[in-house]
Design a binder for this molecule. Structure first.
Ligand code: ADP
Ligand code: MG
Length: 681
């Protein structure tokens, strides 16, 4: 079968399986073969029970000597317990809810079990192992792949599909230039595919994975370099005269700039004065005051006769920026406008028209502003807020609406400098490393379910004092499979227990205008207590809110907890963050200690990295990059660098990727970046 054939050519894949696979983004045989194992099970050798290590997956075999079904009528999941014995020792196998298996195991017969052995009161135990009758057709001796799955497809289904695809696929030959293959000692594509799924030994896995990681990173880097090249062809650049003063704007601010803000503003000013277009990333922790720095740049640009635009990832944030810019800039004679998709088409028409004629000085908006029908008279600066929420290409599309405008991108996600250089390459980096003066550090506490009432009594006391509060929960609605409180549940519970408090609810399942209404009411003080999902994570700024309660805090990553906590502590009152953990334990304590001991996003990100490994925190989504399948930008940093070098020489040789030689690479880039890339093909 051809790699581009639909998966339905595999025997046993009907309409239903096809749909399920589609949910995993699998349509073709090639897609299927690119679902790589998460890990492997080593079932090559059977261990003696006596010698098998504890708490690691192991394969054992044994003869069943006893079998007992629990009979407690008051227990829902009566366990099935089986005693087995090999030449070395005995062990008990337990299946909770095991009634359906009671007749599978016969006394005296031999079975293999794959699972972890633990010790319970001095007795060896295996809970819920995988099992086979010794020697039956599925009792495999070998290395077995373990795949990521979707509901409705079992591990056995997936292994079978992969086996069939591997056996019948027409593999494409080598598509990378020989020089690259030789330089990096890559195995062939067909060897890589076969061995990543069904390896014989560890060496096969290593070689196959290396090829796949290299491939993926090469495709990523070539795509990124291609996009960047497009960006750097726009040199030239808008130049802003140095003598233009921003003093009136600074004087109109109700506060003094912090040292960090001043330093970054200096860096931006020298970029603006240079004939080369500015390309700068401003990193600053939540609450460090990035917006005002962006406003300075906008103000100076507008005073030089240009227009300025700021793009934000959510409508909520765009509206908030719009409102504060209107307040700050209109008294100084600037016209500020808002463009987002919820505007009525007539309003939209007006906004677009004023923009074209140059009547509007500053435009704030969402993705709506990169649409083709939006054009500027004289665009001088492009700012993207919370850059990590945007695709790499979107910033460029926006920039193309002007003649080499200056570019400023802002993010609160701390990225180690080495990684930033690879990801953003052409960007200069500024860091706001201070917090506004006079802020009291946020007090952070870890509490458990038993303190629920005390916590909310405390919240209601603060509300009585005139403050506002947030409660964040991990889910929108209760779920059978996930055991934690949902925003809906917390909201109803609070309404019942604290009827006097004005409580609101906002979550991602609500319509945009409903969400906006609730958020606006909260900002206006009409709602005192806002129950939310993480939709409030980005950018919200309500200085009167001083308490943040995080329900089931164990379900959030450290960096995310830090972002959420950053929603309070923005005013003059003492603020509090209460982590209400659903599970007690070392990890909860550990994470709490880190959060309590630091309010520095960089430090917390470092700690997060240590605790969780790089894979999760540097997820590519956070940086607006395409989803990666097998590689990890941090763990595979060296391969990334090698791939970057190769990608540069590829583009030097063939800037448009037009030659036959790079045809496959070109298709693969298109596939990885999807809508996010316009290869002129
Ligand atoms: P972020 O970096 O998270 O985007 P913002 O720009 O929203 O932070 O700023 C957070 C809050 O701090 C805003 O209410 C802003 O008005 C205020 N702020 C910014 N700079 C200063 C400063 N130098 N002194 C006091 N308050 C400031
Ligand atoms: Mg912000």
């Amino acid at each position: 079968m051809n790699l581009q054939d639909n998966v339905s050519v595999i025997k046993g894949v009907g309409e239903k399986k096809k749909k399920l696979l589609h949910n995993m983004n699998v349509d073709t045989i090639d897609d299927l073969l690119h679902i790589f194992p998460r890990k492997y099970e080593d079932r090559r050798n059977i261990s003696y029970i006596m010698e098998a290590p504890f708490d690691t997956e192991t394969l054992i075999k044994g003869k069943v000597t006893a079998r007992q079904m629990g009979r407690n009528p008051y227990r829902r999941n009566n366990p099935l317990k089986i005693k087995i014995q090999d030449e070395s020792a005995g062990l008990e196998v337990i299946f909770f809810n095991g009634r359906y298996l009671a007749n599978y195991f016969s006394i005296g017969a031999e079975y293999t079990f794959y699972g972890k052995i633990s010790l319970n009161n001095g007795k060896r135990q295996m809970i819920h192992p995988e099992f086979h009758r010794l020697g039956d057709k599925d009792d495999i001796r070998g290395i077995l792949p373990v795949y990521p799955l979707t509901e409705g497809i079992t591990q056995a289904n997936m292994r079978k599909l992969q086996r069939e695809a591997i056996a019948a696929a027409d593999y494409t030959g080598e598509w990378l230039p020989d020089t690259i293959v030789a330089r990096h000692n890559l195995c062939s594509p067909s060897y890589a595919l076969k061995n990543i799924h069904f390896p014989i030994d560890e060496r096969n896995i290593r070689e196959a994975r290396f090829r796949m990681i290299f491939e993926e990173l090469l495709i990523l880097e070539t795509g990124l370099s291609y996009i960047k090249k497009g960006a750097s062809e726009r040199s030239g650049g808008v130049r802003i005269e140095e003598h233009i003063s921003v003093d009136e704007f600074i004087a109109s601010l109700p506060f003094e700039l912090t040292d960090g803000q001043k330093k970054v503003w200096q860096e931006i000013q020298s970029d603006l004065a240079s004939p080369k277009a500015m390309n700068r990333l401003v990193q600053g922790d939540v609450g460090s005051g990035k917006t005002v720095v962006a406003q300075l740049a906008m103000y100076k640009t507008v005073k030089s006769g240009y227009q300025a635009v700021m793009m934000a990832p959510t409508e909520l944030l765009a509206k908030q920026h719009y409102n504060s810019m209107k307040k700050d800039f209109e008294p100084l004679g600037l016209k500020v406008d808002l463009l987002c998709s919820s505007l009525k088409s007539k309003e939209k028409q007006q906004v677009i028209q004023d923009l074209e004629t140059g009547e509007t000085d500053i435009l704030v908006g969402t993705h709506a502003i990169i649409q083709p029908d939006v054009s500027f008279k004289n665009l001088g600066i492009v700012i993207t807020d919370e850059q990590h929420r945007f695709g790499v290409q979107q910033r460029n599309i926006l920039a193309e609406k002007g003649d080499h405008p200056n570019i400023l991108v802002m993010t609160a996600t701390p990225i180690p400098r080495t990684l930033a250089v690879i990801l953003y390459g052409d960007l200069d980096i500024s860091i706001i490393d201070t917090k506004p003066h006079g802020r009291l550090p946020i007090k952070t506490y870890l509490r458990y379910e038993a303190s629920r009432k005390d916590i909310y009594d405390f919240v209601s006391e603060k509300i009585r004092e005139g403050r506002q509060a947030y409660v964040v929960a991990p889910l929108i609605e209760d779920s059978d499979s996930i055991n934690c409180h949902s925003a809906q549940w917390v909201y109803e519970w609070l309404k019942k227990k604290y009827p006097d408090i004005n409580t609101g609810l906002v979550h991602g399942g609500m319509k945009q205008d409903e969400k906006d209404r609730v958020m606006e009411d909260f900002a206006a003080g009409k709602i005192d207590l806002l129950v939310a999902t993480v939709v409030i994570e980005v950018g919200i700024d309500v200085a009167n809110a001083t308490v943040m309660v995080i329900e089931n805090s164990e379900r959030f990553g450290l960096a995310q907890l830090h972002q959420l906590r950053g929603r309070v502590g923005r005013g003059i009152h003492q603020s509090y963050c209460i982590l209400l953990s659903g599970s007690e334990g070392k990890i909860a304590e550990e994470r709490n200690k880190i959060l309590c001991s630091s309010d520095d996003g960089f430090v917390i990100a470092e700690e997060d990295l240590k605790m969780r490994g790089p894979g999760e925190i540097f997820g590519t989504r956070q940086h607006g990059l395409p989803e990666l399948n097998i590689s990890d930008l941090v763990r595979h940093g060296e391969i990334l660098e090698a791939a970057k070098k190769e990608s540069e020489s590829i583009l030097n040789e063939d800037a448009m990727l037009e030659s036959e030689k790079y045809k496959v690479l070109r298709t693969k880039i298109k596939k990885m970046f999807g809508e996010n890339i316009r290869l002129n093909l």
